[in-house]
Design a protein around this ligand. Structure first.
Ligand code: 8YV
Length: 307
């Protein structure tokens, strides 16, 4: 059975599978065992865990970093490439789960479903009618980052009678309109959905000027990464009504998120659960392990991230 360095905590159902196929060691255990530290060839982690550069530098035999998740923005991939360490992620197996959560958050936001639950439980219904929500049908939806997940979101929203447009690195020549200018996409949208990768290239891509372009009847959904949004400017925009509301599954400094968000009634908050279904997490763990098995078999990988 091969040894792995494990960074991050997996759900029990995934950890049980991992432990039947590999021997996992913590960073602390590796610090205590010089022989193991110099011998370990593989690291398993999750996409919401930082893989520190100094850890990679202290593992002379490391050949693969296998992350369970599609995002790899917390892994120093340039350093990994210099060290010829393969980095793998788990694309595609989570597309449906994340897209489904996005649709759920959109309806929760437009129809104020969390507020309606609280309203009903509180007995307030005896004294007042619940406020009107917003229809999705007929709205203009802009998707920032039409990758695998963004496309799954678009496919799920199309039957609801929306008009779809997207922006991103390239015009993919699809039936949906490509808008190269992010601010123009925000101006042209009632709902702006963030589905782009995290990392330096998209950091704070959504700030006050984009939010002002989206406008006071506009809604923001973030299923990407907290880093894609300037969270301070988002909170200020929500507080001053510069946008109609937001539904957020990702944040700065998870899980210790800014408490000002708790005070806002025009926000739906979700604890980074885009891929968090039993079926999806098992499929993600399976693909992570299959990457590791392939590496130990022949030094390659099934789903290496783009160099
Ligand atoms: C979580 C995600 O990171 O896949 C990603 O990039 O953001 C989510 O799936 C999950 O904790 C991955 O294990």
């Amino acid at each position: 059975m091969h040894d792995l360095l494990q960074i991050g905590k997996f759900p029990p159902l995934a950890q049980d599978i991992i432990d039947t196929e590999f021997r996992c060691h913590s960073l602390e255990a590796l610090e205590q065992d010089q022989a193991l530290r110099t011998a370990v060839r593989a690291l398993i982690t999750r996409s919401n865990c930082v893989v520190p550069a100094e850890v990679i530098e202290r593992l002379p035999s490391l050949g693969i970093i296998a992350t369970c998740g599609v995002g790899y923005d917390l892994i120093p991939i340039e350093l990994a490439a210099r060290r010829q360490v393969i980095v793998t992620n788990t694309p595609d197996v989570l597309n449906a789960a994340v897209a489904e959560l996005c649709v759920g958050l959109l309806f929760a936001l437009l129809r104020q479903i969390p507020q309606g639950d609280r309203f009903t439980r509180s007995g307030a219904w005896r004294h007042a009618a619940f406020p009107l929500g917003v229809s999705l049908a007929g709205k203009r939806v802009g998707i920032v980052g039409l990758g695998r997940i963004g496309k799954e979101v678009a496919r799920r929203l199309e039957p609801f009678g929306v008009t779809l447009a997207y922006c991103g690195r390239t015009d993919q020549r699809l039936a949906w309109r490509f808008e190269p200018d992010l601010h123009q996409l925000a101006r042209d949208s009632d709902i702006l959905i963030l589905a782009s990768p995290g990392g330096r290239a998209t950091e704070h891509m959504i700030g006050a000027s984009v939010l002002d372009a989206l406008g006071p009847q506009g809604y923001l959904i973030n299923i990407a990464r907290g880093s894609v949004v300037n969270q301070q400017q988002l909170i200020e925009a929500l507080e001053r009504g510069a946008i109609g509301g937001a539904a957020l599954d990702v944040f700065d400094a998870e899980p210790d998120i800014d408490p000002r968000l708790f005070e806002l009634d025009n926000v739906v908050l979700s604890p980074h659960v885009g891929s968090a279904t039993g079926e999806t997490r098992i499929a993600m763990a399976r693909l992570t392990l299959d990457n590791l098995h392939r590496f130990f078999e022949d030094g390659t990988a099934l789903t290496p991230v783009p160099a």
